[in-house]
Design a protein around this ligand. Structure first.
Ligand SMILES: NC(=O)c1ccc[n+]([C@@H]2O[C@H](COP(=O)([O-])OP(=O)(O)OC[C@H]3O[C@@H](n4cnc5c(N)ncnc54)[C@H](O)[C@@H]3O)[C@@H](O)[C@H]2O)c1
Length: 400
């Protein structure tokens, strides 16, 4: 790995440095003594991160951010020229799909323009960390020149547990060039001892997509079984408990509930695009998981005849428990359909107190029907109040 006495001011520049993936990674590297700059197009989050305050919940990060800022190991900037000032560039920008559920290639084309303008990739090493459509690393290499130094090192952590998982989840380092692999390996060895080397970009890109797609499919299996049980007036929680009780072959069985967040659905759709729509399993999973809010409303309509004269409360709006991220949360889909069907919809989430529509928990549980959508610890601590709700529906995996 280039040493500090190389011509670069920083060891690492994280592109997308203020994001959910870029920020914890940069902070962790900085805490290990590397000089880090987080470049991000979002000036607001750049300014906030430079004050030492995280703009999203990531357990343990804020303390380490403050420390590394104080020690001048890390800084954040919205100036694109900063990408020329580091030995390693780590790409952590968002890679969304478009309205047709196809990858948005323009994101990569904008990135290529930035790199063409400000970097010298014969001397700097480019590491792609965002989850990308298979073939993207080779595409970037083709556009920037065969002689650039490039590797693909996917991020596989779960939001909320970043600092812990960055240290323990094996880090894939993929590039056919042995010398580059060695340099990148020694960089990641600063934060993680478990490095897994691969020499083929596309195989490594597929590893990441398959990791996420597998989880998405797995949740859809549980959701399908949950719907089957409910349609027959049976309690899925009882069935789940018994199927998994001391039965090792069900070890990997997921559980029911909303599947949100920016990754699982998106990456299943990227795989679908890669397979040119010949991915019936992924398409079925998408219909099942995305259909869960509709299914729940159908059940409520049957049970209470009609929802037109009912107020409905939703508990939990973020896409998973104990974080403040609402991206692609199916609670919002539930709310949207209910707003059309019911008399009124109210919601509560302990992590969204600053939202203008925030309602206190005590008000939301007074609704005619209450749906638990995200199993935050906050609700688990109030289990007795939940048990007293007359018309309560638990859409989560948490067994009450
Ligand atoms: N969030 C997760 O749990 C998770 C886990 C594993 C992998 N990933 C993957 O990591 C990538 C990033 O996800 P995220 O959740 O951190 O997204 P994010 O939106 O939180 O962060 C992306 C950041 O990049 C910045 N950005 C966008 N375009 C830029 C550009 N051209 N130059 C500089 N900055 C730019 C944005 O302002 C934002 O701060 C995605 O590919 C995602 O699929 C995410």
């Amino acid at each position: 790995m280039p040493s500090r006495n190389s011509s670069f001011k920083y060891d690492i520049c994280i592109i997308g440095g203020c994001g959910h993936i870029g920020a914890p990674l940069g902070i962790l590297f900085a805490s290990k003594g590397l000089k880090v700059i987080g470049y991000d197009v979002n000036k607001k989050t750049v300014n906030q991160m430079n004050t030492g305050k995280m703009w999203f919940i990531e357990h343990g990060c804020e303390k380490l951010l403050k420390k590394t800022l104080r020690e001048k190991q890390i800084v954040f900037s919205a100036d694109p020229r900063t990408v020329s000032s580091a030995a390693f560039l780590i790409i952590c920008i968002g890679t969304p799909v478009d309205e047709h559920a196809n990858p948005r290639f323009s994101v990569m084309d904008d990135l290529i323009k930035l790199l063409q303008k400000y970097t010298d990739l014969r001397n700097q090493i480019l590491i792609l960390r965002s989850t990308i459509y298979p073939g993207t690393t080779e595409y970037i290499q083709r556009k920037l020149g065969a002689n650039i130094k490039i590797a693909f090192c996917p991020e596989r952590l779960a939001q909320g547990s970043a600092l812990k998982e960055l240290r323990v989840l094996p880090q894939i380092v993929a590039t056919p060039e042995k010398r580059i692999r060695q340099s990148v390996r020694s960089l990641f060895s600063k934060i993680n001892e478990d490095i897994y080397e691969m020499d083929n970009f596309q195989e490594a890109e597929l590893v990441k997509i398959i990791n996420n797609t597998y989880r998405y499919l797995n949740f859809s299996i549980s959701n399908q079984f949950f719907m089957a049980a409910q349609r027959n007036n049976l309690n899925f929680d009882n069935i789940y408990k018994a199927t998994t009780y001391k039965y090792p072959r069900m070890k990997g069985f997921g559980n029911k509930g909303f599947v949100g967040g920016t990754c699982l659905y998106k990456d299943t759709m990227q795989l679908n695009a890669y397979l040119r729509n010949h991915f019936a399993l992924g398409q079925a999973a998408m219909f099942i998981n995305e259909g869960l809010p509709d299914f729940i409303i159908e059940i409520l309509e049957k049970k209470y005849n009609d929802l037109k004269d009912k107020t409905v409360g939703i508990l939990g709006m973020t896409f998973k428990a104990n974080i403040d991220d609402t991206r692609e949360s199916l609670s919002f889909k539930l709310k949207k359909i209910l707003s059309f069907k019911a008399k009124e919809v109210k919601w509560h989430d302990p992590y969204l107190k600053n939202d203008k529509n925030y309602m206190p928990f005590s008000k939301v549980i007074e609704c005619d029907i209450v749906v638990l959508a995200t199993p935050h610890r906050y609700y688990q601590k109030r289990v007795n109040q939940l048990k007293n709700i007359k018309n309560f529906y638990n859409a989560t995996y948490w067994q009450i």
